[in-house]
Design a protein. Structure first.
Length: 508
């Protein structure tokens, strides 16, 4: 065997390794040479830091087994202290050579901030009054080879000042694993995110509605006005799309006889990235037979109110710098009346040419290819939506803006649709669903003509969906809620990147 192919622990270090990493690699090898496995298989944990701290009793030395990451360390000869951080908080560990033995203490001397250890011992309170664990056994569980950033505290003029905090936003998003280690408060947002989704699942399931799964890879995309991501299926030699919405497949299930279905899932839209948009996002869609959008508005009010109470124990939250009250009822305003109220322009019944003139008079510069519905959407988005701070249902959209929604019961040219706007941002969208297959075909064919004019977000004619509703779809109300924005609202975060573990970013 050639020497260069031999498997040896004396490999040359990677050129990119810094001095600290080189030292940690050396410590790792020293541990292995001493017969210590730096990466054992398991460790039995009996208690967590938070539980120990809140249940501590002075007169009881409770036996405990804890595990976590070393976050601070003070080595002092034959007795030392370190802070151990587990999934629920931090607790101080006291370790004494005479208690754990020479071998374990020699292992401890080769440990660094960031290493993961298991400790067995008992609870006690130090002379300074800090609840701690007195170690009787110490086991290395993971040797960390890359140093974690550790904030330093100094007292200046009687106040604690933090230095070297891991606070750069972009770095935190790119290295969320480090962010979670050194900024453990970040976990609270994601714990609440999980609680929001869990509560909504229970809320829907209690109504007797069925949670389902529908395809993410689709031969025809639909259900929203958006550009898709494309991919290729090798075996079938065909182009597929990542779904932009769940809608058309969920409606097929309503046709099939389910009275209520919902799906939490990822949707993908090939659009820009900013504080409120991520190309991969989480949405829940709900469809309930024999209901309309008025019924759905009442459901949304109750759902948002109950979710806030469950997760925050309050119906008041702070979102984008505004105090938001989620107690029903929410304000209702048609999109045409809203534009009149906030711009002074009455666009009711205006032709496309008249709408262009109105938009120009308001100072908007528009793409000449966009149609009447897009013009109204541009006016609303620029001059109305940012001013709707408290929860407001914007209702009754022009037909062209909502090709999948049912025509209004009493207003021609209008559909039964609402969007909920909170803090100047849309958080959900709902229709009384169009179930007339003849009109639905006309609407989708009209969308196809808009695509020919250059509207890349116009919908495609989906023949299988049309075939499904030709078998008969009952009256139905549909709802889509952007989970990421709802979590932003509930947790008071100002950026969608703060509620997604691993948001999309430009390459490093």
């Amino acid at each position: 065997m050639h020497k260069e192919n031999q498997n040896t622990s004396e490999q040359q270090p990677q050129p990119s390794l810094n001095d600290q990493m080189l030292r940690r690699l050396e410590e790792r090898q020293n541990l292995i040479d001493a017969g210590v496995n730096p990466y054992p298989c398991k460790f039995d944990v009996s208690r967590y830091s938070h539980d120990i701290l809140i249940n501590f009793q002075d007169d009881i030395q409770e036996p405990v087994s804890v595990a976590g990451r070393i976050m601070t360390i003070r080595k002092m000869g034959k007795a030392s202290f370190f802070n151990l951080q587990d999934s629920r908080g931090r607790i101080q560990i006291y370790i004494k050579k005479d208690e754990v033995g020479d071998a374990a203490y020699d292992t401890f001397k080769l440990l660094d901030i960031g290493d993961i250890v298991g400790v067995k011992g008992y609870t006690f309170k130090t002379k300074t009054g800090e609840i701690s664990v007195h170690a009787q056994q110490l086991e290395l569980l993971t040797k960390s080879l890359r140093p974690i950033p550790v904030a330093k505290e100094k007292e200046i003029d009687g106040e604690k000042v933090i230095f070297d905090a891991f606070s750069d936003k972009e770095l935190r998003y790119r290295q969320r694993y480090v962010d979670l280690i050194v900024n453990p408060e970040v976990k609270e947002t994601f714990i609440k995110r999980s609680a929001v989704i869990s509560f909504m699942r229970q809320f829907f399931a209690k109504q007797g509605w069925l949670e389902v799964e529908t395809p993410i890879l689709q031969p025809i995309y639909g259900g929203a006005a958006a550009r898709p991501f494309t991919t290729h299926h090798n075996a079938l030699d065909m182009q597929l799309y990542l779904r932009i919405a769940n809608e058309l497949y969920l409606k097929r299930l309503i046709v099939g006889g389910f009275e209520g279905v919902f799906e939490f899932g990822k949707d993908f839209r090939n659009e820009g990235i900013d504080r409120f948009h991520n190309p991969e996002f989480t949405q829940v869609e709900l469809y309930v037979a024999y209901k309309d959008y008025n019924w759905m508005m009442r459901l949304v009010e109750e759902l948002f109110y109950q979710t806030a109470l469950e997760v925050n124990q309050s119906d008041v939250t702070t979102f984008l710098g505004n105090e938001i009250n989620l107690k029903p009822p929410f304000k209702r305003l048609s999109i045409i009346d809203a534009i009149t109220e906030y711009t002074g322009k009455d666009i009711r019944g205006q032709s496309e040419e008249e709408l262009r003139y109105t938009a120009k008079d308001l100072g908007l510069s528009l793409d000449p290819k966009i149609s009447s519905g897009k013009i109204i959407d541009e006016i609303f988005g620029e001059f109305v939506e940012p001013k709707l701070i408290q929860p407001t249902f914007i209702t009754d959209y022009p037909t062209e803006m909502s090709p999948l929604a049912k025509e209004h019961a009493s207003q021609p040219g209008i559909v039964e649709r609402f969007e909920l706007i909170v803090g100047g941002k849309e958080v959900c969208n709902s229709f009384s669903e169009l179930n007339d297959p003849v009109i639905q075909r006309e609407r989708l064919e009209s969308q196809a003509r808009l695509r020919q004019r250059g509207d890349e977000e116009a919908m495609i004619v989906d023949e299988d969906f049309l075939r499904a509703i030709e078998y008969g779809m009952p009256p139905c109300a549909g709802l889509g809620i952007g989970i990421d924005r709802l979590v932003m609202l509930i947790t008071g975060q100002d950026s969608i990147r703060d509620v997604i573990f691993f948001p999309h970013l430009k390459p490093e």
